[in-house]
Design a protein around this ligand. Structure first.
Ligand SMILES: NC(=O)C1=CN([C@@H]2O[C@H](COP(=O)(O)OP(=O)(O)OC[C@H]3O[C@@H](n4cnc5c(N)ncnc54)[C@H](OP(=O)(O)O)[C@@H]3O)[C@@H](O)[C@H]2O)C=CC1
Ligand SMILES: CC(C)CCC[C@@H](C)[C@H]1CC[C@H]2C3=CC=C4C[C@@H](O)CC[C@]4(C)[C@H]3CC[C@]12C
Length: 482
């Protein structure tokens, strides 16, 4: 072990001069637009066009389209027999605008029941977020040199909320009621959340400019749409509550399992026990439980350290996530599939193995850093790169890049079990319809895009040390292929 550490140290010294010339300064959260220009300029695209594309058209298109997509996705589920073909045929005969107007006319967005349930849940989540105990954990140092501190009570919060839901369900059923009313009126919930979240993100935009919580804030320099989409603050806190922890973990990631349970219950009310629903529910709940046991690790991912609290992250977790992530369960409520015990248990087993691999990979890089490299990886001394980087102000820090174990197979190997897992929880629906595969398709796009964004960030942060990692571990996601 010492050998590895010493070797790394001397390598670092050899590189000192090169490092100071390399671009070792951490990106300030603006997603490396400068590098984007340079690459595109080389290919003949003018700086002005790239600027407009990155700062104006892309955010504008995303802010304009994704809220409609969320609603249309739900509408296809309930109105068009879960068929994209039927939706497109309707577009052709009634126009897209006509379809959207028809959809909105069917919804009463402002109703006290929907608002009551949503704000009731907010109050519940905030209450437990504040009162539940948790170890103090420190996030990574920010580009401006701040170190955010979190209370690690996510797993407890998850347990309390699931127990609360079980109790509420029992009480309601005892009185002849059911929580599956959320399934019946999901369109209203979604419409309310969509509008609420758009306004909330606007308030965050204003807050980031006028009353930021920390120095990791400010405009992106790309105009209103860029600021609204990417956010104006990295770690906004309101009355001590961390906004991103709330939107991502206490809302998005907690509402997802609640909805899975609600859909499973609805399916049970309609069809009795259905094995496909059972398998998909167990796989999703296992994945989410895994997330909460590792929540402190999530504080080191680009969602938290790079992405600001804007439309992408906050609207995404308040609206996109509850609509899309549990959608396989939603589909199975009206399309129950009987798999039979051998097939159901095979899917369950391979799905659980996928969660385990994904978990072990995330844990491995975390453990190696915690032990400062003084540990074994797959029974051997780890292959490490002690990468230096500079934070704003010039201070140099060091971080470990693991180049063996899961992180030696490819640079984002853990995305493979993540994708396989969602394939397994989706394949329970069979191959009749493409609609339940929407989440899987979006996930593949999201993770591929994320791998590029992350590598751009790491390359900016670590300079030649990142190049060294890329030389050692040649492939991005799929070993020997990509
Ligand atoms: N279902 C979904 O929608 C999604 C799920 N996920 C899942 O979330 C989890 C975390 O996501 P992930 O994309 O990994 O998070 P991140 O992309 O944020 O993690 C990447 C970070 O890890 C550090 N890192 C990169 N390579 C190494 C290495 N070789 N050794 C040590 N540290 C390294 C770098 O941060 P540093 O600056 O600290 O060096 C890098 O920025 C995964 O399990 C993923 O599958 C992710 C995205 C979407
Ligand atoms: C606006 C939209 C087009 C896009 C919104 C995307 C976000 C909702 C998602 C982007 C990254 C996602 C996540 C990253 C990592 C995670 C860890 C994993 O273990 C659980 C899931 C998740 C929290 C996941 C949640 C959705 C995103 C934030």
């Amino acid at each position: 072990m010492t050998g590895v550490t010493n070797r790394s140290k001397s390598r670092t010294l050899e590189k000192k001069d090169v490092y100071s010339k390399s671009n070792g300064v951490i990106s300030n959260g603006f997603h490396g637009y400068k590098e984007g220009y340079e690459t595109l300029e080389k290919s003949g695209v003018s700086r002005r066009s790239v600027y407009l594309l990155n700062h104006f058209f892309f955010p504008l298109v995303m802010v304009g389209l994704t809220p409609q997509i969320v609603m249309l996705f739900w509408y296809t589920n309930v109105k068009f027999g879960r068929s994209y073909t039927a939706l497109i045929t309707h577009f052709c005969s009634h126009s897209v605008l006509g379809t959207l107007i028809g959809m909105w006319n069917e919804l009463s967005i402002i109703n006290t029941f929907t608002a009551g349930v949503i704000f009731g849940y907010f109050a519940w989540a905030l209450f437990w977020m504040i009162v539940l105990p948790g170890k103090e954990v420190r996030g990574p140092v920010t580009p401006k040199g701040n170190t955010p501190v979190y209370k690690d009570n996510g797993f407890l919060h998850y347990c309390v909320t699931m127990a609360g839901f079980a109790t509420l369900t029992t009480v309601l059923r005892y009185n002849g009621l059911t929580p599956t009313v959320v399934y019946d009126r999901f369109g209203e919930f979604l419409a309310f959340m969509k509008v609420f979240a758009l306004c909330f993100v606007f308030l965050l935009y204003i807050k980031g400019i006028t009353r930021p919580s920390t120095s990791d804030s400010g405009k992106t320099g790309g105009g209103f749409f860029s600021d609204y989409y990417w956010g104006t603050e990295l770690y906004p806190r309101i009355c001590g509550i961390d906004v991103k922890v709330f939107t991502n973990c206490r809302f998005g990631m907690t509402v997802w399992p609640l909805m899975c349970c609600m859909y499973a219950l609805k399916s049970y009310e309609l069809h009795g026990f259905v094995d496909s629903m059972f398998v998909t529910t167990i796989l999703q709940l296992t994945y989410i439980t895994k997330f909460f046991t590792w929540e402190a690790g999530y504080m080191h991912t680009i969602d938290i350290i790079l992405d600001r609290a804007g439309f992408y992250i906050c609207w995404g977790c308040l609206c996109w996530l509850p609509s899309l992530y549990p959608s396989v369960s939603l589909y199975l409520v009206s399309h129950p599939v009987r798999l039979g015990t051998p097939l159901a248990s095979s899917i369950l087993i391979v799905g659980l193995i996928s969660v385990l691999i994904n978990y072990l990979a995330d844990l491995q890089r975390q453990d190696v850093r915690k032990a400062n490299g003084d540990c074994l990886v797959w029974g051997r001394k780890p292959d490490l790169i002690r990468a230096k980087y500079r934070i704003e102000g010039g201070e140099v820090r060091e971080s470990i890049l693991l180049a063996s174990g899961w992180w030696g197979l490819s640079r984002h190997f853990h995305y493979i079990p993540e994708i396989l897992l969602s394939f397994f929880w989706t394949v329970t629906t069979g191959f009749e319809n493409v609609l339940p595969y929407t989440y899987l398709i979006v996930l593949v796009i999201l993770l591929t895009h994320r791998s590029f964004r992350d590598e751009q960030k790491c390359s900016l942060k670590y300079g030649i040390y990142w190049q060294e990692y890329c030389t050692k571990v040649k492939h991005r996601i799929i070993p020997f292929l990509f």
